[in-house]
Design a protein around this ligand. Structure first.
Ligand code: PGA
Length: 284
């Protein structure tokens, strides 16, 4: 089996303007170019607010074409010396991260003022969609059934779902977390859909934005359960599942969290707003 790259996802939530995004990109791209070899082992994904996705994509494309121009000049070659595939590979290699959206609606289309569909996200050159984030579940009253419906549409549109699960403090305090997450995951993944790739993010609600991180043993216990569920209970995601930890990840704790068994990557909120910190997390 090929070695899987670490998947490090930035969730900007409802933050950042065009100007702030420009600054973030400049810093992140500098870090990426400076550590190009180390980034080989990482798949960073940026999930900005949806109005920024196309803007970031175009900025990355411009950057790739500038790099291509410089390369052709240096090598004294002409664009016609390369096949379309070679050029596409070159452009893809210059891309420092993939793009994703923070949510999508559970319906294909219709009268849902202010919402966005998986199909619309697909047209934005994004590859991932976060679904079931606890902020959506709690503040937008989203049920497991809605999340399952979103997962279905995300898959139908050839996007990869980043499905969030996690218990709150009350559940953890009575040690009901394993059962809670088991039920939440089983109910959020539609049974009749085959997922070539599914990303599951374990995000204990008591850790999101609080600075409180579970112990390594607590993360390990949950990750082991998630892996077992994926292997034994949900055969339709057998091709590839990726397990992320999310909740108060920083550039200081990321390396030790990534060392925990079955942690394939991280979902980063607040710390991802700082491009330098996010790059450090990617390289940890
Ligand atoms: P946090 O957020 O890193 O700010 O805790 C994580 C998340 O909500 O995905």
């Amino acid at each position: 089996m090929p070695v899987m790259k670490k998947l490090i996802v930035a969730n900007w939530k409802m933050n950042n303007s065009f100007a702030e995004t420009d600054r973030w990109l400049k810093t992140f791209i500098t870090e990426y170019d400076r550590n190009f070899a180390e980034f080989e082992n990482v798949e960073p994904v940026l999930c900005p607010p949806v109005f920024l996705i196309d803007y970031v994509d175009s900025t990355l494309l411009d950057k790739s074409f500038e790099e291509l121009d410089d390369f052709l000049k240096e090598e004294e070659k002409d664009i016609d010396d390369f096949s379309e595939d070679e050029l596409a590979d070159f452009v893809a290699m210059q891309r420092p991260f993939e793009l994703g959206a923070q949510d999508c609606h559970y319906a294909e289309n219709g009268s849902y003022t202010g919402d966005i569909s998986a199909q619309m996200i697909k047209t934005l050159n994004a590859n991932y969609v976060i679904i079931g984030h606890s902020e959506r579940r709690a503040r937008h009253l989203e049920s497991d059934e809605m999340i399952a419906q979103k997962a279905r549409l995300v898959q139908k549109n050839n996007l990869t779902p980043i499905l969030c699960v996690g218990e709150n403090k009350e559940v953890r305090d009575v040690r009901g977390h394993l059962e809670f997450v088991y039920k939440q995951l089983m109910a959020s993944v539609p049974r009749d859909v085959h997922f070539p790739r599914l990303v599951i993010a374990y995000e204990p609600i008591w850790s999101i934005g609080t600075g409180v991180v579970p112990s390594a043993a607590e993360i390990k216990e949950m990750m082991r359960l998630l892996r077992r569920i994926c292997q034994e209970k949900i055969p339709q995601i057998a091709d590839e599942f990726v397990l992320l930890y999310g909740g108060s990840v920083t550039e200081q704790n990321s390396a030790s969290i990534l060392e925990i068994e079955n942690v394939d990557g991280l979902l980063v909120g607040k710390a991802s707003l700082d491009a330098k910190k996010f790059a450090q997390i990617c390289l940890s």
